[in-house]
Write a protein that binds this ligand. Structure first.
Ligand code: C2O
Ligand code: CU
Ligand code: CU
Length: 552
């Protein structure tokens, strides 16, 4: 365990009243337990001001906040066909103060069009749209920038932004390349053709070196694409479809956001953050009134580092059945009955819950030991409609491995200094600024073997594409580090059933080779792939890649 991470875990234990063990971090868990029994030295906790004791806040007093649907402000010519027009949106990033809970003073956050999380886009497959992303942020950042990180050097302006549509099949020029950031007073118009299946995507900041801070401040929002396949299924819709953007934040007693820092004021970066307040749509412990019928939940993990294991509990005893119908990139082949779903940062799930059997009861949406939202089911009407899950949803053809024209073995590495402090993470031992090494050809498939040499699970995301998870297999990490030899130490594990749909983010587990098969479709150009633990991404666990024209 690196001492920076240890410090962080220890401080979090002292400060937080609700301590969730992160399923990704076995080693950290052990430390956490030890840390809880240790007396921390005064000087290590001083950075934390007074943390909020969330147990003093009365839960379930605010109704769930659901961001508004983004509305176009006009239309503009379609860049792909100027004889047609596309809806034109303008979203301005700015600072605002909002009530996270009834009994807290307003919290300073950043958001879009005066909403944080930002407004929700709703569009259809093949219906392109244009967005002007305007930077109207303040002149100063309110979170601790680490100027020793690549891309955040002292000569870079503190306040910068660039927006990426996560999961979008987007032309490179509109993808929000991390170095395409711009400053206050500027904007960019991005084109999203949306030629892809129905899915829950999300937009978020992607600025080189400070992406973790900009997103933590609030620069993210959901983006829903619909299509005919989804229409043809009898799924709950309208007010019966509930978007839930989950993330944790470190709140101080005065209601303000705090971003944890290392003990070194010159290099405040920390390798991961785990916070004291679980928020849903940016609010603490709200309630949702539901009718005793079925609802569809579109859930996304927007945390910097925390993994959620989502379930709905009936008076703490019993988990409610979730009919899981979708993952990152849309509908599964068929519904799955599950009780709990693991979501790493950036992963999405889509499930239907039938509340008819729970009429008149209060349920709680939870993640491991943490309560997130109360669900109040109204008393039964005369006739309650109960839910029958469709037998099939959306055909998914498994890409045969024989289709791959190339296999790339790519390591996930952690660099430590002499005293075993984490200095950051790398992909394939290569820094961001090194020349591009991954150049897949358009319309070809490749297998990427993610060889995880670190002690963490890393949610690995590729821009532009959707992919399928092939399998996972444990290997001998020491032998690989010593001799570069890959020796498996256990049997191949198939992906979990909920991972068998199309994905854009995959959990690459510690000491494991995770294999994915990817077809590079849509556009040529320069994109990125990275770990979606934002602290890792900001400290070198991100690489450019380029889709090139196939040479025959
Ligand atoms: Cu959520 Cu680079 O993306
Ligand atoms: Cu992305
Ligand atoms: Cu990572």
């Amino acid at each position: 365990m690196s001492s920076r991470r240890a410090f962080l875990q220890q401080a979090a234990t002292l400060a937080a009243t609700l301590t969730l063990k992160n399923p990704s971090l076995a080693a950290a868990e052990i430390y956490l337990e030890r840390g809880a029994n240790q007396n921390a030295k005064q000087d290590t906790v001083q950075h934390y001001a007074t943390p909020l004791d969330t147990s003093t806040l009365r839960p379930w007093v605010d109704p769930l906040f659901i961001p508004e649907i983004a509305q176009p402000i006009g239309s503009r010519p379609d860049p792909d066909d100027p004889s047609r027009t596309l809806p034109f949106y303008r979203l301005a990033m700015s600072e605002m103060h909002l009530k996270i809970h009834r009994d807290l003073p307003p919290t300073r956050v950043w958001g879009f069009n005066n909403s944080s999380p930002g407004p929700i886009f709703e569009t259809r497959s093949g219906h392109g749209l244009l967005v002007e992303w305007a930077n109207e942020l303040p002149t100063q950042h309110f979170l601790p920038i680490d100027h020793t990180l690549h891309g955040a050097e002292p000569d870079k302006p503190d306040v910068r932004s660039v927006i990426h549509l996560h999961g979008g099949r987007t032309p490179a020029a509109s993808d929000g390349y991390p170095e395409d950031w711009y400053v206050r007073g500027q904007s960019r118009i991005y084109h999203y053709p949306n030629r892809q299946d129905a899915a829950l995507l999300f937009y978020h900041d992607h600025t080189m070196g400070i992406n973790r801070l900009n997103i933590y401040a609030g620069l993210q929002g959901l983006f829903i694409i619909r299509d005919e396949v989804e229409d043809s299924l009898d799924l709950p819709r309208g007010k019966y479809e509930i978007p839930l953007l989950l993330f944790d934040r470190f709140l101080l007693a005065n209601g303000q956001l705090n971003y944890p820092v290392s003990p070194d004021p010159k290099a405040p970066w920390v390798p991961e953050i785990y916070c004291n307040a679980m928020l849903v749509n940016g609010r603490f412990a709200p309630y949702l009134d539901v009718e005793p019928r079925s609802y569809r939940f579109r859930v996304m993990n927007g945390s910097n580092a925390r993994f959620f294991r989502v379930f709905i509990s009936q008076s703490g005893s019993h988990d409610v059945d979730l009919h899981v119908i979708g993952s990152d990139q849309g509908l599964l082949a068929a519904p799955l009955a599950l009780k709990r779903i693991l979501l790493a940062p950036a992963e999405r799930t889509d499930f239907v819950v039938d509340f008819a059997p729970f009429a008149g009861q209060n349920l709680v949406l939870m993640s491991d030991g943490l309560q997130i939202m109360q669900i109040r089911v109204a008393a039964a009407p005369v006739k309650s409609v109960s839910f029958t899950a469709p037998k099939t949803l959306h055909p998914i053809t498994r890409t045969p491995e024989t289709q791959a024209i190339k296999t790339r073995r790519l390591t996930l590495d952690e660099i430590m200094d002499k005293v075993q402090q984490s200095m950051g993470m790398l992909l394939n031992r290569t820094r961001w600024s090194a020349p591009i090494t991954e150049k897949p050809a358009l319309d070809t498939a490749e297998i990427w073997e993610l060889v995880n040499l670190t002690e963490d699970t890393h949610p690995i995301h590729l821009h532009l594409v959707r992919f399928q998870v092939l399998d996972r297999r444990p290997f001998d990490v020491f032998l690989y580090q010593d001799k570069g030899q890959l020796r498996y130490t256990g049997p191949v594990r198939q992906p979990a059933p909920e991972e068998l749909g199309w994905k854009d983010t995959v959990r690459a587990e510690s000491g494991t080779v995770t294999r994915i098969i990817v077809k590079f479709e849509g556009y040529t150009g320069r994109y990125v792939w990275h770990c979606h633990i934002l602290e890792h991404e900001d400290n070198e666990m991100m690489r450019p890649y380029e889709v090139v024209v196939a040479t025959t």
